[in-house]
Every structure is written in C-alpha cells, then in structure tokens.
Design a protein around this ligand. Structure first.
Ligand code: PLP
Length: 388
C-alpha cells in the first residue's frame, strides 16, 4: 500500500514500538504505586513528560498527558469555560469564545456544545481564500465578554499555518487565555509555547508516528482551568485516571524522533516529495486547484480540487490501486457534506466536494509519488468521462 493519509494517522515507527513493548510486559506497575514496580513506570512517564516539554519549550509540570488531541481540546475549552463560571459567578452577559471557521471538529463541536448547553457565545472568525485566519478579525472580536481565544496552528485539511504568534500576542495584551490546537503542527513546524504566547496547547502522538490514544495538554503555570475528569490525583491533580504508560512512553519516543538534524532532513525530503506530487498532478491533470496557502503551510500536506469529479470516487479508485488518501478530516469520514474548512475559504460546494487531501509522512518515497502520478491522471480522466 502507498499510504498518503498521514494527517489522519501515522504508522507507529519501529523505534517507538520497541520503546513501548516492555511496558506491556515486564514493566507493568502503576505510576501512582509507591513500590519499585510503580516507581519504574513513574520514571518512564516523567521522562516522556520531559521530552514533550522540551519540544514545546515548557516546564515538565506544565505538560498533562491525555487520551489524545480531542480530549486535550475538550479540556482546554470546557476547562476554561468552567473556571470562568466559578470565578466570576453569574454574569449579566454571556461569556464568549473566539475561535475560527476552520477548526478541527474537536474544537468546533466542543464550542458548539458549550453554546447549546452552557450559554456560551462563540465567535467564528473568518479566513481568507488561502485558509488563513485574519488577525484583524480576531482583534475586532476581542471585547470584555471574551473568556478564551482558540485558534489552530496548522490546518488538518490544507496544512495552512495560522498566524498564531500574532494572535497570541493580541490575547496576551488583553489578558485572555490563548489555546492552540497544535495537533497537526507538532513535529512538522516549530511549536514553542512562549513564541506563540500560548497558555494551552493540544498535541497528539498518533500524528507523529506514535501510538493512537495518547496526547497532551500544555497548561501554562497560573492558568485558571478546571479538570475535565475527576477522580484520582493523577497528572498533578488535573487529569484523573491511571496513565497510559506504554502510550506515553511511545509518545515521548515519537517526539524525540522528530527532534534534531536528522528529523529536519526528513522534513525537507518530505516537503520536496509533496512539491513533486503537487507539480506532477497539476501538470498532468487539467482543471485542478491547489487549496490553501502555498508557502505558509506544513511541508507534508496538499489539498487539490479536481473539477467535475467527486472526491469519494477518486479516493475509492485509488484505494483499489493500493493508494490511501482522504477527502479531509478523518473524523468527518463517512460524511458527504463538503468540508467546512474549504467552504470557509470561499470554495463553491462542488469545488469543495471535489477536493482530496494528500498527506505525506515518514517512509514515503519518490517511487511511491511517481506511482501515484502514473495512477491518478487516467483515473481522473475516466471519472470525468463517465460523469458527463
Ligand atoms: N485537532 C486536529 C487539528 C486534528 O487534526 C485532530 C485529528 O485529526 C485532532 C485535533 C484530534 O486528535 P486525536 O485524533 O488525537 O483525538
């Protein structure tokens, strides 16, 4: 199989699996136990915490492990909303969250839930035609009712990198907590909490060749936030539940493998492969549009619309030839609605429904891209012929 759907999830790298395996076997203690077996697990969890913290430029105790990016996003948003309710009591006007029109469903639906059930207003800031959030629109939305600004770092569908540092500065100037969903950015571009002026940052292991079901929420010291899960005194008393020790160890290893000169080289190679794919597709297939910003984006992602062809037909056709791609967010798989991200960028519904996402990752080769370039043009031509 040629796997070009790394923004949905990635294979676990062998080094990550190797690091995890002992924690399914001989090292089986609970990190909260005071005996030796427990303390061995505790040391492993804390080592991984240190690795993730170093990658984010934070202190280890500001990193809280979660079950993934979705939980981290939920916690950031619901936790701030709950803390505001507690600290400020009943307010005459509803509190407001400022987010964008292109967020992942983990943020979008969480904000929607609070709007429906907790009387929170949500302002969805628009994006330009390149899929980038307008800093001016964020500035205009920041009034005294705002309790949180939540803007993603790299978009999962187009790869567009958002002006998060500028937005973080605005939020900081107004004393507002700033949440960044960096799930698609970690390991692909720099994510440094201080440079972003971020108070909360969500990350996930399975997008960077770590295991599924593990992530983390960075919480800047002093941020007023309530826990999402209550119970034991885990994760500094902020996230109850026995830690997923093997998953956390794998996350730490995956983060480690994305650091340093060899990781930078891998990134550069991937970016050249993505450019080769994009240039090849747009040269060989007429009436294609690359969606999203061409420069301000992570190096592994390309969203391309093929006029007159439904994305699903392309996905199924390539799947039969052994190539895995997607139409956008994996969490929206099965939905036939055009992507809210592409619609927010101003694409017509038909153009949005004809967009497929190629997302490259560790292990992809030039030969794979060239094979895709052999398979895709005749497929699109065939599909266009039968759709007229
Ligand atoms: N945020 C973004 C931008 C994502 O792309 C994803 C996953 O696709 C998530 C959040 C959810 O992360 P997880 O799958 O770890 O729950």
């Amino acid at each position: 199989m040629i796997y070009l759907d790394h923004n949905a999830t990635t294979p676990v790298r062998p080094e990550v699996l190797e690091a995890m395996l002992p924690y399914f076997g001989e090292i089986s203690g609970n990190p909260s136990s005071i005996h030796g077996a427990g303390q061995t697990a505790r040391v492993a969890v804390d080592r991984a915490r240190g690795t993730v913290a170093a990658a984010l430029g934070s202190a280890p105790e500001e990193v809280h492990f979660t079950s993934g990016g979705t939980e981290a996003d939920n916690w950031a948003i619901k936790g701030i909303a709950a803390a505001c309710q507690h600290s400020r009591g009943r307010r005459s006007r509803p509190p407001r969250i400022v987010t964008s029109a292109i967020e992942h469903h983990a943020v979008w639906h969480t904000c929607g839930y609070l709007a429906e059930h907790a009387g929170v207003e949500v302002a969805y800031v628009p994006v330009d035609e390149f899929g980038r959030v307008s800093v001016e629109a964020v500035a205009d939305a920041l009034d005294e009712d705002v309790i949180l600004v939540s803007i993603m770092h790299a978009n999962n569908e187009t790869g567009a990198i958002q002006p998060v540092a500028e937005i973080g500065k605005l939020a900081r100037e107004r004393g507002l907590p700033f949440h960044v969903d960096a799930v698609q950015a970690l390991g692909k571009t720099d994510v440094q909490v201080d440079e972003l002026c971020a108070d909360l940052v969500s990350v996930s292991a399975h997008k960077i060749n770590g295991p599924k079901g593990t992530g983390a929420l960075y919480i800047r010291r002093g941020t007023e936030i309530e826990p999402l899960a209550h119970g034991g005194d885990h994760e500094g008393g902020m996230r109850a539940g026995t830690e997923n020790v093997a998953g956390i160890v794998g996350f730490g290893k995956a983060v480690e493998l994305r650091q340093g000169p060899s990781a930078a080289r891998e990134r550069a190679v991937m970016s050249r492969l993505r450019d080769r794919l994009e240039a090849g597709v747009t040269a060989a297939v007429a009436d294609t549009v690359v969606n999203g910003h061409r420069r301000e984006r992570v190096g592994n992602t390309s969203s391309i619309s093929f006029r007159g062809v439904g994305a699903e037909a392309i996905i199924v056709g390539l799947d039969l030839d052994g190539v895995a791609i997607s139409s956008g967010s994996a969490c929206a798989a099965g939905s036939t609605d055009p992507s809210h991200v592409l619609l927010a960028m101003g694409l017509e519904p038909r153009q949005a429904a004809s967009a497929v996402r190629f997302s490259l990752g560790w292990g992809n080769t030039k030969e794979e891209i060239d094979r895709l370039l052999e398979l895709l043009p005749p497929l699109v031509e065939r599909l266009r012929r039968i759709s007229v």
